[in-house]
Ligand binder design. Structure first.
Ligand SMILES: [Ca+2]
Ligand SMILES: [Ca+2]
Length: 217
């Protein structure tokens, strides 16, 4: 019975972890002094992220180019946000509303944030950074007159304060929103440390949903 409990513990932990991403830390605290199992947690939610439905989001107020914004999101374990519904767009609008124009004193384009879509591969064919057409992503409500590829050089996607999409130059520096899906957060390594098993044997659950890449200007 004791052995069964030990064997089932990793399964239980993973189920909890999938259901509740903060469970990692709770489990670590709970088992911190246990000599049965040692849990190593990685990829917790970075500071400043807010949960909405199945993702965490962070508004980055310091303006960056699209490529740099994308890189920052990836360093934080996520991706430049992809909007998949009206509800998600509304949530992001709410995040933007907390940074009104008078707060963004050093930002030239105060009314929009970069998102994870572009038409860099083929002019006019907008795709998300997870490799889908913008249309199939579930949200494609352009602002009036957009996309217009103004000046022949607008290949990166943004969200306006009114929830509409916009194309603008990838080299412009604007705020941006990163997204981390909750189902990519739960990585842990469970190492059995009891004397009956190999102490180096570990069970690792892969975490990251690697979003495919696109080039930037
Ligand atoms: Ca374009
Ligand atoms: Ca435009």
């Amino acid at each position: 019975m004791y052995i069964v409990q030990i064997l089932l513990l990793p399964v239980l932990i993973l189920q909890i972890c999938n259901a509740f991403p903060y469970a990692n830390d709770l489990i670590i605290n709970f088992l911190g002094n246990s000599n049965q199992m040692k849990i190593n947690s990685k990829n917790g939610v970075p500071r400043g992220y807010v949960l909405f439905e199945n993702s965490f989001y962070k508004y980055h107020r310091d303006p960056q180019t699209w490529a740099k914004a994308r890189q920052i999101c990836e360093v934080e374990g996520g991706y430049l946000a992809i909007v998949n519904s009206e509800e998600e767009a509304n949530f992001l609008r709410g995040m933007m509303s907390k940074y009104p124009d008078d707060v963004l004193t050093d930002v030239v384009h105060k009314s929009c944030v970069f998102l994870g879509f572009h038409d860099y591969f083929k002019e006019g064919e907008f795709v998300t950074i997870d490799g889908k057409s913008l249309e199939s992503s579930g949200y494609m409500h352009w602002a009036a007159g957009q996309p217009d590829n103004a000046g022949g050089k607008e290949n990166c996607g943004a969200l306006l304060r009114n929830g509409r999409l916009f194309d603008l130059p990838c080299g412009d520096k604007i705020p941006f929103i990163c997204e981390i899906s909750t189902d990519t957060l739960c990585t842990m390594t469970a190492v059995e440390t009891n004397n009956q098993s190999n102490p180096d044997q570990s069970q690792t659950v892969p975490v990251f949903d690697v979003r495919s890449s696109a080039r930037d200007d």
